[in-house]
Design a protein. Sequence first.
Length: 264
Amino acid sequence: MDQDLKDAIKRIEEVKNRQEKIERVIIFLSGIFIVIVFAIIGVYLYSGKDKTVSEPEVNIVAENTQKPVNPVSTQQAAQNQEVKENQADISQAEQKQEVKKENKTETTAEEAIKKLEEKTASQVKAVKPEKKKQETPKQVKKEAKQNTAKKSENTKATTAKAKTESKEIAKKTEKVAKKTPVKTKTSGKPVVVSNLPSGYYIQIGALSSLSNAEKLKKKLNLPNVYIHKEGKLYKVLIGSFKNRKEAYQFKKKHNLSKGFVRKL
């Protein structure tokens, strides 16, 4: 941008130099023109004096001889005066035209200077936004801090909503568990479920005997507790749950530290 400003200043200086040269040429030409005009006027005046000088001699001779005055000499004098007046008018008109031309050249030069100044101003304005851009990192930091604060607030709100929703889901599951009791046989023998529905379960223990598994189930005293046989082991499971969150929430609520969540 410094080079652009230097180029603009050079252009302005070149225009000023051109204007000075044009003004000098105009002054020189106007001086030559004025000299020519005055030389022409001097020639006419000198020729007019020669003609007027001969007139008194004619008049003197006329007075001595008492002859009538020639009307031709008076007409020539009147014509000479008219020519002089016309020449004076022409010289004034030419001077006015020269003044107008000079004014026009000055106005054109001023317009060119104004245009160059406008261009330089536009270039300077184009430089200013870069300074603003350099100053913006502070604003960016402020905006980043504000965005992080907003994000933290949003995360807090979402976590609070998730907690309330999880509590509501746990309540609903408890209600459903209470409404749907586990089907048991009337014979009094412990029930072993071989085919459980797929989902997430909390495994409390894996025992080798069915009686010990039944005792653990009675100790828990919770709804939806099943004894599931896998190989030679009898596993005590609680469920099922839709996802891991529900299972972990149920586990924390009932303090089931020994159990772990698994998927069937």
